[in-house]
Design a binder for this molecule. Structure first.
Ligand SMILES: O=C(O)c1ccccc1NCC(=O)[C@H](O)[C@H](O)COP(=O)(O)O
Length: 210
């Protein structure tokens, strides 16, 4: 039996954050990327972060945002990890003194997970997302799960187009450390569904038992 962890991304309210914690999420994602429809301002991010209880990780997302903006977020919001979705270099990712996760855009044929694992060898994890390079994540797009991750050497988080009905298949195909979901547990853009979050985490737990 494997405990596959779940990160729920793109929380836009304190109520949704509480519901995600109640559903059993291991980590919650707060989006600060300048090009996101789920982007938070500092005041809202602080209120969401305060609503998240202990033992649940708070992860802040960025995509080609400038260092000053990232530093301001790191200074004003309680966070456990940073997640970078753009062309940020390894030096940029590690420069904020927080553990970080680097996203790899899998929605194109030449995405090399092994190259990313080599370049970002000090990352806490690699997150494989279904978007094309340069496009924002969180669009509900899957990627081809028929890939061999055995040589990656870093924890892998699978994201992109997951929902309660397909996350079991993704886990069976890729045996990831964790899965990450945003659109697949929403009722409307930026509004999470407590029922869908429960169904998603139940499906993850079930897949980890088989
Ligand atoms: O969510 C966004 O708006 C966003 C914008 C820019 C970069 C990344 C963004 N989101 C990343 C994610 O939410 C996750 O990787 C997510 O699990 C995948 O999203 P989805 O396919 O909607 O489940």
């Amino acid at each position: 039996m494997t405990h596959v962890r779940t990160k729920i991304c793109g929380l836009c309210s304190a109520d949704d954050a509480r519901a995600a914690v109640a559903a059993g999420a291991d980590a919650l994602g707060l989006v600060f990327a300048h090009n996101s429809r789920r982007r938070l301002d500092a005041a809202r991010a602080v209120s969401i972060s305060q609503a998240i209880g202990p033992f649940v990780s708070r992860v802040a997302l960025f995509m080609n945002d400038d260092a000053t903006m990232v530093s301001e977020v790191v200074e004003s919001v309680t966070l456990d990890m940073l997640q970078f979705h753009g062309d940020e270099t390894p030096a940029f990712c590690r420069s904020f003194g927080k553990p970080y996760m680097k996203a790899v855009a899998m929605g194109e044929t030449d995405a090399s997970v092994l190259q990313a694992a080599h370049d970002y060898h000090d990352a806490a994890a690699l997150l494989l997302d279904g978007n094309r390079r340069g496009q924002p994540g969180g669009q509900g797009e899957t990627f081809d799960w028929q890939i061999d991750l055995s040589a990656v050497g870093l924890p892998v988080v699978v994201a992109g187009g997951l929902h309660p009905g397909n996350v079991g298949q993704a886990i069976a195909a890729l045996a990831p450390y964790a899965v990450d979901v945003s659109s697949g547990v929403e009722d409307a853009p930026g509004r999470k569904s407590a029922d869908k979050m429960h169904a998603f985490i139940n499906a993850v737990d079930k897949a980890g038992q088989s």
